[in-house]
Design a protein around this ligand. Structure first.
Ligand code: FES
Length: 373
């Protein structure tokens, strides 16, 4: 008992005034806590899709505390939790598999090598069949919603942006959704096509799904050539359409111009968001004080990197899932200082309690942040 009282008073000293601002759990807190579930999986297969893309088949680790996996909707992602050089890091990857495989406790994710990408290079170079990994439960809102979306679905994919649409194609093929899907897939060359065999098979057998591939840097029989254009898409546009997009930012820009010409309303276009970008006018480094439940750490944070990245680099296991400001899982209390938050819309309850999303927050002064870990 004496020991507990001593610990309590030590903690009070460390946290000091920062403990005052800890609000009660809100509805959002409770919802977010449901996402804390971590699944333990084993890599049971690795398929080389292209020279820089691999698909990892992840099966529930039957010997672990999570011998089954949750179901998911096509378009959702899971977040990988890995520790690389003592740094706990996370990355979100769209599920590329047939959603019915989750009934057999299997997920698949497809990862493309990113230049200097910490996690993608680790996964492609280090991870082998038999390795054990930890992943979050499936999350995200991207995908087809039969209660709101139209029956004619046009998907636009660039590069590895094809992954959620492969899952959606399987879902439609299985009869999970009753809609027609045309996937326009833009890649540089034939060699860069991910899921070549699956695409061929679906194109042959499915009456509801069609993949149309355009090669931007190669001419080849059976494939369109050049960047996606109005003329390529026009034959597939109906009176009412839902458009789903996943790929690089340049693709979104170009496609938005084309979609305007078809008068497709904004509310019918859904984007998968991968980008967190901010270019400060002048680069500088600030101090980031991180107040945790039982300790305070002081680290440095550049103003062109997010608070989340700075914490990960310092080995602080800050929570994260989507990493683009959407899920709210990383949210923490800004006790002192100013941040520039990009692309995240805070809920009213979050703003009222000084919450921010560190995954999309760049420091604009020295910062004191409270993490609930
Ligand atoms: S990790 Fe999802 S909002 Fe930050």
């Amino acid at each position: 008992m004496e020991k507990i009282e001593k610990l309590k008073s030590e903690r009070k000293e460390i946290i000091g005034e920062f403990s005052k601002k800890r609000p009660q759990d809100t509805f959002i807190d409770k919802e977010i806590k449901k996402m804390h579930d971590i699944y333990h999986v084993v890599v049971t297969d690795i398929t080389v899709e292209t020279p820089d893309v691999k698909t990892f088949t992840l099966s529930a680790d039957k010997d672990s505390s999570t011998p089954t996996l949750a179901p998911f909707k096509a378009g959702q992602y899971i977040t990988l939790h890995v520790t690389i050089d003592s740094m706990p890091v996370t990355r979100a990857y769209s599920l590329s598999s047939n959603p019915t495989l989750a009934n057999k406790d299997i997920y698949k994710i497809t990862i493309k090598r990113v230049e200097n990408g910490l996690v993608s290079n680790y996964m492609l170079d280090e991870v082998q069949v038999g390795d054990k990994l930890s992943v979050s439960m499936p999350a995200g809102e991207f995908g087809y919603n039969p209660t709101k979306d139209e029956e004619n679905v046009i998907a636009i994919a660039g590069g590895s942006g094809i992954t959620p649409f492969m899952s959606l194609a399987h879902a439609i093929d299985e009869g999970i959704y009753d809609c027609n899907l045309t996937v326009f897939y833009s890649v540089r060359t034939y060699e860069d096509i991910i899921f070549k065999k699956e695409i061929e098979e679906i194109n042959k057998k499915s009456k509801k799904v069609k993949f149309v591939i355009t090669l931007t840097r190669e001419e080849r029989e059976g494939y369109l050539h050049g960047h996606l254009s109005k003329e390529m898409i026009e034959p597939y546009v109906k009176e009412f359409n839902t458009v789903l997009m996943c790929g690089p930012k340049e693709l979104y820009r170009a496609m938005n111009e084309i979609l305007n010409e078809f008068n497709i309303p904004r509310k019918s276009v859904h984007y998968e968001n991968f980008f967190v970008e901010y270019e400060p006018n002048e680069k500088t480094t600030y101090t980031l004080k991180v107040v945790m439940k039982d300790k305070v750490e002081e680290i440095s944070c550049r103003n062109d990197e997010t608070l989340l990245v700075a914490m990960e680099k310092a080995g602080i296991p800050a929570p994260s899932l989507c990493r683009v400001g959407e899920c709210g899982y990383c949210r923490s209390v800004l006790l002192e200082g100013k941040v520039k938050m990009v692309g995240a819309a805070l809920k009213k309850a979050e703003s009222e309690n000084d919450y921010i999303h560190p995954c999309v927050s760049f420091p604009d002064s020295d910062i004191t942040l409270r993490l609930d870990i």
